[in-house]
Design a protein around this ligand. Structure first.
Ligand code: ZN
Length: 424
């Protein structure tokens, strides 16, 4: 692949608090990776002769990372119910049962990945349907679209309609076959995640077998934790032998360095300490949490801990396509928490941007490869048109624009130096 020098405004995170911004920047991409990033006036003489792609009038940011979404739930966006458990039973389970039909799985997978790329998402951690063949179809479609995905068949053996359940041994056997077929494929863009839905729909046996398989195969694990008050009461009644919710996953061997725990709204100090010890990550899904009246995760408290945190759209309880919208929502719900609960602080623009990019990549275990424009990283980026009445001269202005107007202005998405989506 030939080298190219992109000329445009460039914004990326250096760490949780700091961003770097070049109003007239240059990004050199070669062989699908970042060679250099800096002021155009500084970069151009060093790479004289490399063809310049003139994208002035655009803002370039790293590929966005969605750390939690449900592919089969795309058609349910907006289907509101009183709370999580009612929503699952009445809206979600009947919908997910339709994915026995491969044609449904293919059609929704195409729409899901197209929508993700059009929103600038280059890496997504996603729950596939509860059927092996449908999960195969989702991986095939992800391969065609070239998106990076950590994905797995949603596993359930209890407390859901019979057509969505299977025996633990069958679910584990299917997961093994799927790992063999898909883990690490498409030039390292696709990874498998063991996906026990949550303790409410998984028996002790299933959770334990998932923990054993995760250790054997070194694959990701994704599940839900401490999402809603009603769920907490129910889970405590299902697992009375455990001191808290986190302990259920912990004792099953499911808290690993490759584990992504969605929501984590109601955690005690000891649970957070255990998550931290085990190196598991949290997917914060603020829009979904308000939508289902679940609660507000104390993000600013968690960000003081050495726990990796990313943002999740949580489609379909979440309704945002773009993780930039989720980053903005994370700030807005933190303001609500401050106003009404008089607690916590509001993440800075730089922190919210970090969560949407580098923080998400780190949460999913790809911090060395993705998330910013350090030399040698994969060249995943999003081209955002700058509205003609805005001027981006400072990092502050660029952050304000990216988080509060960026999602409406995505015009191209690039993965490993290749354009995988552009607006028509
Ligand atoms: Zn979810």
């Amino acid at each position: 692949m030939r080298a190219a020098l992109y000329r445009c405004a460039i914004l990326h995170s250096r760490n949780r608090q700091m961003v770097e911004f070049f109003s007239d920047g240059g990004l050199v991409v070669e062989g699908g990776r970042v060679r250099a990033c800096g002021d155009y006036a500084h970069i151009e003489p060093l790479f004289h002769g490399v063809p310049v792609v003139d994208w002035r009038g655009s803002l370039l940011i790293p590929g966005l990372v969605d750390t939690h979404a449900h592919l089969p739930q795309l058609p349910a966006i907006g289907a509101e119910r009183a709370d999580l458990l009612e929503w699952l039973q009445q809206e979600i389970f009947p919908l997910e049962a339709r994915f026995r039909d491969i044609a449904v799985a293919e059609r929704i997978a195409e729409a899901f990945f197209r929508r993700a790329l059009a929103s600038g998402t280059t890496l997504v951690a996603v729950y596939a349907p509860s059927y092996e063949e449908a999960t195969d179809a989702c991986f095939r479609v992800a391969t065609q679209y070239g998106i990076r995905a950590v994905m797995g068949m949603t596993l359930m053996d209890s407390n859901a309609p019979a057509e969505l359940l299977a025996e633990p041994s069958d679910l584990i056997a299917a997961s093994k076959r799927l790992i063999n077929r898909w883990h690490g494929t498409n030039a390292g863009r696709l990874y498998y995640a063991l996906t026990p839905r949550f303790a409410g729909s998984c028996s002790r046996e299933l959770l334990k077998e998932c923990g054993q398989l995760a250790a054997e195969c070194s694959v990701h694990v994704q599940t839900h934790l401490a999402e809603s008050p009603g769920e907490l009461v129910w889970i405590a009644s299902l697992f009375p032998e455990h001191p808290n919710y986190t302990s259920i996953y912990d004792r099953a061997g499911l808290l690993t360095e490759r584990t992504i725990l969605a929501h984590c709204i109601y955690l005690e100090r000891t649970e957070l300490a255990r998550i931290q010890e085990q190196g598991s990550a949290i997917a914060h899904c603020p829009a979904s949490n308000v939508y289902l009246r679940s609660g507000i995760m104390p993000l600013s408290d968690y960000m003081e801990l050495p726990i990796r945190i990313g943002l999740g759209t949580d489609i379909g309880a979440g309704f945002h396509a773009s993780i930039l919208d989720e980053a903005r929502t994370a700030r807005e719900v933190a303001k609500v928490r401050q106003m009404f609960h008089h607690s916590g602080s509001v993440p800075s623009l730089a922190e919210a941007f970090y969560l949407a990019t580098l923080g998400g990549a780190e949460a999913l275990g790809f911090g060395d490869l993705l998330g910013d424009f350090s030399e040698g990283k994969e060249a995943d980026f999003v081209r955002i048109a700058i509205e003609p009445y805005r001027s981006l001269n400072t990092a502050q202005q660029a952050l304000e624009y990216a988080l509060y107007a960026g999602s409406h202005n995505v015009i191209a998405t690039v993965i490993a130096g290749v354009e995988v989506w552009q607006s028509s």
